[in-house]
Design a protein around this ligand. Structure first.
Ligand SMILES: Cc1ncc(COP(=O)(O)O)c(C=O)c1O
Length: 383
């Protein structure tokens, strides 16, 4: 699968997307459940604000980002989390993806080892390896709702010490969310072990059982990474943000100045407006909630192993043991024969991922319904 000496692997979801698009060019229709992208555009007011700003010269901004955006985020933390966050501790980034690069180089020396969960978001491993950092994987299991615990962190650290933990709740690909108590346990364990916590909060707002809990509510020593991609439907705008501990902010700013100069200006303007458009975002979330139920029930009826629906985000990570032990082959055959695109588990778990497929339900409900019908015919015909 890879000849790369550092272990870099393709992002298979993107490879499946490429193949799906090639089929579409040939005239086939494809149900896209492979990429974690909201089907809706950003809120209308966001687009209006950008149309107004467009004729103006769009120069670089301050490296940390526009004051309007960082002050908007100050208000976001006050309203959503009851926190006072100094806008000077906030950096606007080119999506959370750029936030990872800034976080790793701000908090760690080259060669440092960072722990992540397995399964987990593929870019975690690939970005860390590509930048010359080490990776420690902590397996999480369906039996525990795919949730990471402080005890698991401590066991993994005793086996092979690490300097940082990069962790998302809700998580990709499982949708697992930890409660406030569970997050407090993770935060306390990291503090006890001297591990720097990087909390990837990109799916915040998309918890189905209640409000998302930020690690900032429990500690000011963690690096917080967030994004406008998911909740605010702005994947292609490449805009996110970080909140850093006071001791790290200057180094992050210097890295931002040199690596990226500043986040895209128009996207910063769009993001400042998006923060006020939560009603629109909640409408999208209501659709995901409907799709979550629809897809979860449909997959279980078809024989996929999905003991329960995820707590948040917009993914179902389903076992395919009844059909195949080769997730890539299963996904390619399903795409070619049924026109349903989904992502093989090996994207998220290089050890056990062949037994799983991730379905994204961020698109239209009709797409989910259509995909389930197509999968039924495909699986009845022998898969
Ligand atoms: C857990 C997680 N973190 C980060 C990202 C990257 O998002 P962004 O568009 O903000 O770079 C994704 C994208 O799917 C994700 O699932």
């Amino acid at each position: 699968m890879t000849n790369s000496p550092d272990g870099l692997m393709p992002f298979f979801a993107m490879d499946i997307l490429k193949r799906a698009k090639a089929l579409e060019v040939q005239g086939r229709t494809v149900c896209h459940l492979e990429v974690g992208e909201p089907g809706a555009p950003p809120a209308p007011r966001v687009l209006e604000a950008v149309a107004w700003a467009l004729p103006e010269p769009q120069g670089y901004t301050n490296a940390k980002g526009l004051n309007a955006l960082r002050e908007g985020l100050e208000g976001y933390y006050e309203r959503q989390h009851g926190l006072q966050i100094d806008p000077e501790l906030i950096v606007a980034t080119m999506g959370s993806s750029a936030g990872f690069i800034l976080a790793f180089h701000t908090a760690f020396q080259p060669g440092a080892r960072i722990a992540i969960t397995r399964p987990g978001y593929p870019a975690y491993v690939n970005t860390l390896l590509g930048l010359g950092f080490g990776v420690a994987e902590i397996p999480v299991s369906a039996g525990n709702g795919w949730r990471l615990t402080g005890a698991e962190i401590a066991v993994a650290h005793a086996r092979q010490p690490f300097d940082g933990l990069l962790f998302a709740s809700p998580a990709n690909p499982t949708g697992a969310s930890v409660s406030r108590e569970q997050l407090a346990d993770i935060v306390a364990t990291c503090a006890r072990l001297g591990v720097t916590l990087i909390s990837d909060e990109i799916y915040h707002g998309l918890d189905y059982a209640g409000p998302s809990v930020s690690a900032l509510e429990l500690t000011r020593d963690a690096i917080i990474i967030n994004s406008f991609s998911k909740y605010y439907c702005m994947t292609g705008w490449r805009i996110g943000w970080m909140v850093l501990p006071e001791a790290m902010i200057r180094r992050a700013e210097i890295l931002q100045q040199n690596l990226f100069i500043s986040a895209p200006t128009l996207s910063q303007i769009a993001a400042s407006v998006a923060l006020g458009e939560r009603d629109y975002a909640e409408e999208q979330k209501a659709r995901y909630a409907h799709n979550r139920h629809l897809l979860g029930q449909g997959l279980r009826e078809l024989g996929f192993d999905l003991p329960r629906d995820g707590d948040g985000a917009f993914y179902a990570y389903a076992g395919i043991g009844q059909f195949s032990n080769d997730a890539m082959d299963f996904c390619l055959t399903m795409l070619d024969q049924a026109g349903v695109a989904a992502t093989p588990g090996i994207d998220f778990d290089r050890t056990d991922g062949n037994g799983f497929v991730r379905f994204s339900y961020a698109g239209k409900s009709e797409t989910v319904e259509n995909a389930l019908e197509r999968m039924q015919d495909f699986l009845r015909a022998g898969g």
